[in-house]
Design a protein around this ligand. Structure first.
Ligand code: NAP
Length: 409
């Protein structure tokens, strides 16, 4: 019998990928490429080194299919996908006669947790998430129940709180998960647009408690990364939605950036701008438990950065939260006559309390601009060092135990 050579082919889930280019920038062997729609991995180049896995903010990069080498998915095939194909069922004789060895380029180790800024697992006490119930091929129809501006009327950024109702359809969601929104119409190739991912801003039991609805936080995109005027397709569509409109939804996505549920667990939440969505969801879940006298205890500490109070999403509601619920630290970067402050500056100013929190049963969530990630980790490191703690050991343990979650774009 001829031996069938199997490889673990590295694939990217086009439904979850947010096209941020991080993987292509990270890949040391230039195995990752993209067209106007998809990011794909060249099976002839990828050596399974995993360098791209932990920097990916969504986990869409971390898919490995066992396939006969001769039948590896080509770049052209991958570029045509709207969703990942199912793992191929290998013929018995292929599986039995399979050989791996030097040909098995995709054979990968687990991501190196110590080197990664983000945990490869969720908190041990997180609820079990439902995943991928709806795809681009079978999206869920949701009805817009509300669309409210959550930045001040005179703010430069138009940030919207969009509430979607799922009616009687089964669509269980958890804080920290994301959903995909499919913009209507077709792309330049005449195919449906790929879904855009948004973090949930509402807790597991709905934006309105007991209702089968959820909310997302959307910033209207009017400029590109270079500052040139542009019109973000999905964000403008969402920001202009009216009550009663119908929206096509995919997901849920995300099985790591989830909150702990056990007694005594503390949350350290650090965010900028619309990265506040998952923090709102987690805070609201804990607030509701507290109101129902079912609080698990623990501390909530928030560091939240925006240019000015007027630009900070949910500034009004945040200011109304009971002070005993959460320790709130705001950083404003463009206040007239004041020095620029970023979240990492506020962390440094509160370093003793932050270190004390990290010494205990804390779970850390960082969400927002990519640029904040390094600065925030440095500020946490400095807080620990000042308190005489071993940052390297703590960081390694936090990553390994599912205590450090980063979602920055
Ligand atoms: P933004 O308004 O552009 O920025 C918020 C604040 O962060 C500003 O004060 C900004 O200061 C500051 N900042 C800039 N560079 C920083 C750095 N290196 N370290 C710390 N702070 C820094 O924020 P945004 O446009 O809302 O962006 C939020 C990000 O969250 C986006 O990248 C978005 O993709 C991501 N996100 C969104 C969601 C969602 O569901 N909508 C979910 C997850 C993540 P200056 O501008 O004055 O420098």
């Amino acid at each position: 019998m001829n031996a069938v050579v199997l490889i673990r082919q590295h694939l990217i889930d086009p439904e979850v990928c947010i096209r941020c280019n991080t993987c292509e920038e990270t890949c040391p062997v230039d195995a990752i490429t993209h067209d106007s729609r998809n990011y794909v991995v060249d099976p002839d180049i990828c050596n399974g080194c995993n360098a791209c896995v932990s920097p990916c903010p969504t986990g869409s990069i971390d898919h490995w299919h066992l396939v006969p080498k001769a039948e590896a998915y080509s770049l052209q095939e991958q570029l045509g996908w709207d969703e990942l194909p199912a793992q191929k069922v290998l013929a018995d004789e292929a599986a039995a006669a399979a050989t791996t060895g030097p040909e098995d380029r995709g054979e990968s180790q687990q991501p190196n947790a110590a080197a990664s800024p983000t945990s490869p697992i969720p908190p041990w006490s997180a609820a079990r998430p439902s995943l991928n119930l709806h795809s681009l091929k079978n999206p869920l129809s949701a009805t817009v129940a509300g669309n409210f501006r959550v930045t001040a009327p005179d703010a430069e950024s138009d940030v919207r709180h969009v509430v979607l109702d799922f009616g009687t359809q089964f669509f269980p969601l958890l804080e920290g998960q994301s959903i995909g929104i499919v913009p209507p119409g077709l792309d330049a190739q005449g195919r449906p647009h790929h879904p855009r991912l948004y973090s949930l801003a509402s807790p597991r039991n709905g934006e309105r408690e007991g209702y089968n609805n959820a909310s997302i936080t959307v910033k209207r995109v009017t400029t590109d990364h270079a500052g040139q005027s542009t019109r973000g397709l999905a964000s403008n569509y969402l920001c202009d939605l009216k009550k009663g409109d119908t929206v096509q939804v995919t997901g849920p996505f995300g099985d790591r950036f989830l909150m702990p549920n056990h007694a005594g667990s503390s949350l350290l939440m650090i965010c900028t701008g619309t990265g506040s969505a998952p923090m709102r969801a987690m805070t609201e879940h804990r607030r509701r438990l507290r109101v129902a006298n079912r609080s698990p205890g623990g501390t909530l500490m928030l560091f939240f950065g925006a240019r000015r109070p007027e630009e900070l999403p949910y500034f009004g509601p945040l200011a109304k939260l009971p002070p005993e619920l959460m320790d709130i630290n705001l950083a404003f970067s463009r206040m007239p006559g004041q020095p620029r402050a970023y979240v990492q500056d506020r962390i440094r100013a509160r370093s003793r309390d932050v270190a004390e929190l990290l010494r205990g049963d804390a779970w850390v969530y960082v969400c927002g601009l990519k640029g904040m990630e390094a600065g925030v980790l440095e500020a946490l490191r400095d807080a620990c060092l000042e308190a005489g703690m071993d940052w390297a050991a703590l960081h390694e343990r936090y990553v390994r135990e599912g205590r450090l979650h980063v979602e920055t774009y």
